[in-house]
Structure formats: C-alpha cells, structure tokens
Design a protein around this ligand. Structure first.
Ligand code: DAH
Length: 361
C-alpha cells in the first residue's frame, strides 16, 4: 500500500515538474522546428514522460488504470499546448510576412522570351567610356570607312609604312569618292583625332570608341576589333597630364592603387611615344606585390594602352598652332579588356554571336 502511495506521489511530482518545464520550453520555441524538438523531449520514445510511465510499475494493478488515465490527461495537455503554440508560431510568421516590404504587384509577368542585353564588348566599351567621361572627356565619333589622309597621312605615317600595305589594311573603293582620295576600313580609331582636331579648336579633350579593321586572324586577333581613342590638346599640356589621366584610368578600371609603368615605344603620330602596362589585377596581393599568374604570363603586368605626346606635325596637319598648343593621345583595345574582364580565352567567341555564349554575360 505504502509503496503504491509513494509511486503515485512520484508520478504526480514527475508530472508537475514536467508540466512547468514543457510550458516554459514551448513558450520559448520560436519556430516550428524548435517546438517539435521540445515536444519530442516530452512525448518522444526516449522522452521525459516515458520515464514517468516507468513509475507505473510501482503502482498496484488495481490503481494502475486511474494512474494511467492521469498520465493520459497530462499527455493531452501537452498536445493541446503544442498545437496552440504551433498556431501562434504560424500566425506570427504570417504577420511578419504581411508587415514586411510588400511585393510589387505591378511587376511585369514572366514572358517566353528572355530579355536581351548588350554584347560584352558593348558593355565593356560603355564602362571604359564612362571612366573617361568622368575624367572630363567629351565623346566623339568617326566613320568606319575612312580617308587614307585621316587614317595615315595626317597622322604622319610615312607612305611606305607597312600598315599602309594592301596586305595589312582593307582598301575599299567608294563610289563617287573624290579622284585620288583613297579610302579604307580604318585600321585604328586614331583617325578620329584628325577629324576632331580639324573641326574643333583647343582646348579639347575627346574620347571615341568603335570598330577597326586589319588583315589579322588568329586566336588573339580578329580582322574586326574595337578600340578607344582619347586625346587632349591645350596650352601647356604635358606628359605629366598624360600620366595623371592614364594613372586615374588604370585605377578606375582595375582598382585603387593599381600601378602603371610607361615603356618607350614608337607610333608615328606621337613623340615621345609609350606603351603602358597596368599592375595585374588578377594576382595582386593585399600588399600590392604580384604573385604572377597565367593572365599576366608571370610578369605582374598587363598591357593597357599606347600613348604619347601628339607630334607637332599632326597638330599642324589639323590647322592647330603647334607652337602654342601641345597635347597627348592614347589608344587601347576594348576586346582585350572585355576578355580579361570576363575570362574569355578566345577573341572569336566574341564575334560568333552564339546565344549560348552571349547569354552568359
Ligand atoms: N593607334 C594605335 C594602334 O592602333 C594605338 C595608339 C598608340 C593610339 C598611341 C594613340 C597613341 O593615340 O598615342 O595600335
């Protein structure tokens, strides 16, 4: 008898303790998963109630149904508390959803056709032009079929320069052209310098982008490719201005702190002329040194552009007083920057216009 008494008492105590614990735990559960975990701790096979059920062994058989019923009532209480808290959790989640930023009912629906976008070369061209516009350059343009004078002669190319050869350039006959005025697909955007300097007076700072054409065709050369040309003419323009503009451009393109180096080089329309490399943005370490990588062929430098001080002859060819004015010019390939920017290994991919390729950009 006494045994039964104390077993019943132990069950009562167990249930009382469990009762406080689960109510507390359920109230603290913040989501459905946490709540289910708490419920399992009470009602699960290895749960706390199973331990209390074990105490039934100490209860006389005659008293067991009453004790079992008592435990069942407790179980129902747990289940009731569980479903109540679950409802609460769902309501809270729904309330949070409703009071969150509303979704936009006016958004257009999905359509069958994907939306198009600019070609990666056009995206790169626009990004590069934007940098120069920010630096104060105006944007000019010139035709793709150009006069020999603008493409070569006024840029001080000697008549026997290899670029002027039939093998290197696409010479074209234009119906109705002035006799003796030879025309070709422009081999570079430098011709825009001549057009702009012949039609405007300094001070001037102009950039221009577009297609250029050369008889070249391999993994890294396409007979049609793209360039950006820029120049600035005013009184007192010096190489220091050129360095400042090129340095600012490199930093905006490849990140703050990107170094540039000038290597002496030759272009007929500039003197002195230089080729500029920028520190490789692909293997630069936090301290500014370079690890060396495949992109920069372990050199730590990437070719960026050609540039120089505009040759006085070129200014004169455009009717600009070369005693009074000086200027700098630069030119760079857009396609190469696009290939680096997007990790494109073969220039041809850019011009095959395969949608499976283009849709990746
Ligand atoms: N026109 C040159 C080319 O096609 C690039 C160039 C070099 C442009 C030096 C310039 C310059 O304005 O100053 O390779």
């Amino acid at each position: 008898m006494a045994e039964t008494e104390s077993a019943l008492q132990a069950i009562e105590n167990g249930l009382a303790a469990l009762g406080t614990r689960f109510r507390d735990a359920f109230a603290k559960a913040e989501n459905e998963q946490a709540l289910r975990v708490e419920q399992a701790k009470v009602l699960g096979k290895k749960g706390e109630l199973t331990a209390v059920l074990g105490l039934l062994k100490g209860v006389l058989p005659a008293d067991r149904p009453a004790a079992g019923a008592r435990i069942n009532v407790f179980k129902e209480q747990v289940e009731q508390a569980f479903s109540q808290r679950l409802k609460e959790i769902h309501r809270q989640a729904r309330d949070a959803e409703l009071s969150a930023l509303p979704f936009d009912l006016s958004l257009p629906g999905r359509t069958e056709l994907g939306r198009g976008h600019l070609h990666p070369v056009a995206q790169t061209r626009d990004a590069l032009l934007a940098i120069f516009r920010d630096l104060g350059f105006a944007v000019g343009a010139g035709p793709e079929v150009e006069l020999e004078a603008n493409n070569f002669t006024k840029l001080a190319f000697p008549p026997d320069h290899p670029a002027t050869d039939m093998q290197d350039s696409f010479w074209v006959d234009v119906a109705g052209a002035q006799p003796g005025a030879r025309t070709l697909l422009r081999t570079h955007t430098s011709a825009v310098q001549i057009r702009e300097m012949s039609s405007h007076r300094p001070p001037m700072a102009v950039v221009s982008a577009g297609s250029v054409f050369r008889r070249d065709d391999d993994l890294t050369h396409s007979p049609m490719f793209h360039q950006i040309e820029g120049f600035m003419v005013d009184e007192g323009v010096s190489f220091a201005h050129l360095k400042a503009v090129v340095g600012a451009f490199a930093e905006r393109l490849y990140g703050p702190g990107t170094p540039v180096r000038f290597r002496p080089s030759y272009f007929p329309f500039v003197e002195p002329g230089a080729e500029v490399d920028a520190g490789c943005a692909f293997c630069v370490r936090p301290d500014g040194s370079h690890a060396g990588c495949r992109v920069c062929k372990q050199s730590g430098w990437l070719e960026l552009l050609g540039c120089g001080m505009i040759h006085p002859d070129v200014l004169r060819h455009c009717g600009i007083d070369s005693e009074k004015y000086t200027g700098f010019a630069f030119g760079l390939g857009i396609d190469r920057v696009a290939m680096l920017r997007y990790g494109i290994p073969n220039i041809r991919l850019l011009f095959e216009n395969d949608p499976r390729f283009l849709s990746q950009f």
